[in-house]
Design a protein around this ligand. Structure first.
Ligand SMILES: Nc1ncnc2c1ncn2[C@@H]1O[C@H](COP(=O)(O)OP(=O)(O)OP(=O)(O)O)[C@@H](O)[C@H]1O
Length: 270
């Protein structure tokens, strides 16, 4: 990839509860781009976002964010690095007892000592960028699902992050809301000079705005490229994923003994 890497995942191995999730995983996230992370369910995509954010630490290898080795940072340095990152989960998780305005103001009030009029301008600017300036006074319960997701997006850019990580941002959205969110993610990335990482199962939609995508399976990267390159990739694993085939190199069945072995055991026990 030609652009400068903002995040470098270098030979990362990571296990959880005795199960290896990643083995020598390496990938680069270039600065200023929208990068999609895709792969079958349970493969470790959310885990990868948590490794980047330093919420989980690799067993081996390195996670480099903006030139800093995340596993080597002291607690205070990690706290500073995290201020440059924002993570948006599918739930959006607005504070239900606060207005939309106060939800967006919350991280600003927590992290910066600023006069109220400056905070008000900042919040209204963020809300304007997601089309919700007019909804500032509403409570989360008064928002549609799509509006709630946009309000959460406004909150996630409140502190002007350099990196924004989206975990399944389109789940439960109707096609219009999804289109709005897709355009917002792309436009905010470009207008604010962000780098965006999107974990999503909505292959066609996410491919429509991604500059680059990684497909993860079998504990590592099995395909990488621009959406156009991946569409033409004829390796069996990438093909199975891109065309949504139920069975292939990634098997439909969870590993199990054969049915005949299983039946033999049943008869023996009778
Ligand atoms: N707290 C935890 N403790 C132990 N194992 C966990 C924990 N959280 C997740 N895992 C396991 O780690 C693996 C990767 O989970 P992860 O949520 O990263 O997958 P994913 O690719 O994001 O899945 P999905 O697409 O279904 O959201 C899964 O097998 C999961 O069971």
């Amino acid at each position: 990839m030609s652009s400068e890497a903002f995040i470098k995942i270098e030979n990362v191995t990571f296990s959880r509860s005795g199960r290896t999730i990643y083995e020598n995983l390496s990938l680069d996230i270039p600065k200023g781009k929208v990068v999609a992370i895709m792969g079958p369910s349970g493969i470790g995509k959310t885990t990868l976002l948590r490794l980047i954010a330093g919420q989980l630490m690799p067993d081996a290898g390195d996670v480099v964010f903006n030139g800093l080795s995340i596993p080597k940072l002291k607690r205070s340095q990690l706290y500073e690095a995290r201020k440059k990152m924002s993570m948006l989960f599918q739930s959006g998780a607005l504070f239900t007892e606060m207005s939309v305005f106060d939800n967006v103001a919350f991280p600003i009030r927590e992290h910066c000592k600023l006069p109220d009029d400056i905070i008000e301008s900042m919040v209204l600017m963020k809300l304007n960028s997601v089309g919700l300036r007019g909804a500032a006074h509403l409570m989360p319960s008064e928002l549609s699902g799509g509006m709630a997701r946009r309000a959460a997006l406004a909150r996630s850019i409140a502190l002007d992050p350099e990196l924004i990580m989206y975990d399944e941002p389109f789940v439960g959205q109707d096609p219009i809301s999804m289109g709005v969110l897709l355009r917002l993610i792309r436009n905010l990335n470009d207008a604010l000079g962000l780098t965006s990482v999107i974990v999503s199962h909505d292959l066609a939609e996410v491919m429509s705005i991604a500059d680059y995508a990684y497909i993860i399976a079998n504990k590592t990267v099995i395909g990488a490229g621009t959406p156009a390159q991946l569409a033409k990739d004829d390796s069996p694993l990438v093909h199975q994923f891109m065309s949504g085939e139920a069975d292939g190199p990634v098997p439909f069945h969870f590993p199990a003994e054969t049915i005949s072995d299983c039946m033999t055991k049943v008869f023996k026990s009778c």
